[in-house]
Design a protein around this ligand. Structure first.
Ligand code: 48F
Length: 260
């Protein structure tokens, strides 16, 4: 066999094996932002089979760009233990006790690496376009290649079956929207629907992101900005402690469902 053929055969075979091995999951996570990556690492460490489906080529969500493309972000004391678990470096702010800065590129790459090293698999350039919803229960995801979605090509999708689905899609809460609009699910919110994100208030947004991280319908959880949007929390900008702690909380709640 020529080397050209060997390379192509190896890639097609290995990717197919990986996808086949992840068509039936304990936890399917939509979006590879910071909260989802923390959840994925913790869930994989708990022994669960976890797949992340991320629309973009590069996972990491809103972490890469820091604040307005200045590639530094801020994290508060409460979340340092999570950064330490991933081996991501941080530096205390001398003039603001309790707050720390870190390089947003190190954070994004460190979170991705940590989630994968723990055993979670990331399928990038894959968009989740629908839910599998049977007998009133969320059963998994409907997936397609992002270029297919972007080009509006009429190509039927594939499905991934999962015990639990975690919406980590950030500000748009895409999966919870699908749940309310297509599956006609009533979410566990005061209105049964999505309340919608409020403007910026850092302290409130940071606290509510963690508070609002929970199960919104049996088997359907939300973390990060998605959880905050559902419950009408405030946005917080480039401070990331709430996102990291939200991921950890989502993993704990989901792991409890599996008796882990
Ligand atoms: O928004 P995002 O970074 O998720 P997060 O964990 O973190 C929010 C912060 O980055 C920031 C913030 C903190 O101050 O406010 O915004 O809530 O990442 C969400 C990821 O989900 C992907 C999207 O490409 C992004 O990388 N995503 C969204 N919808 C889909 C999706 C979809 N339908 N299918 C696949 N991926």
């Amino acid at each position: 066999m020529s080397i050209e053929n060997t390379i192509s055969t190896a890639i097609v075979r290995k990717f197919s094996e990986k996808l086949l091995d992840h068509l039936n999951l304990d936890v399917a996570i939509v979006g590879g932002g910071p909260s989802a990556l923390v959840a994925a690492r913790d869930l994989a460490k708990a022994g669960l089979k976890v797949g992340i489906f991320e629309r973009k080529l590069a996972p990491g969500g809103g972490t890469w760009g820091g604040g307005m493309l200045f590639n530094e972000v801020v994290v508060q004391d409460d979340a340092l233990n999570i950064l330490d678990d991933f081996g991501i470096t941080h530096k205390a702010l001398e003039d603001a006790p309790g707050y720390h800065t870190l390089d947003s590129v190190e954070m994004a790459s460190g979170l991705i690496f940590g989630a994968m090293r723990a055993g979670a698999k990331i399928f990038n350039s894959v968009s989740v376009e629908d839910l599998v919803f049977k007998d009133g229960k969320v059963n998994g995801l409907v997936i397609n290649w992002t270029p297919v979605e972007r080009l509006g090509m009429h190509v039927d999708p594939l499905t991934v079956i999962a015990e639990c689905v975690l919406d980590g899609t950030g500000h748009p809460s895409e999966i919870l929207h699908l749940a309310t609009e297509k599956a006609k699910i009533k979410l566990d919110t005061p209105t049964g629907g999505i309340i919608g994100e409020k403007p910026m208030w850092v302290e409130s947004g940071e606290a509510s992101t963690v508070e609002n991280t929970r199960e919104y319908y049996p088997g359907l959880f939300a973390c990060g900005m998605s959880a905050n949007n559902v419950m009408g929390g405030y946005r917080m900008g480039p401070i990331f402690g709430g996102m990291l702690m939200s991921g950890r909380k989502a993993a704990r709640l989901i792991a409890e469902k599996f008796g882990k």
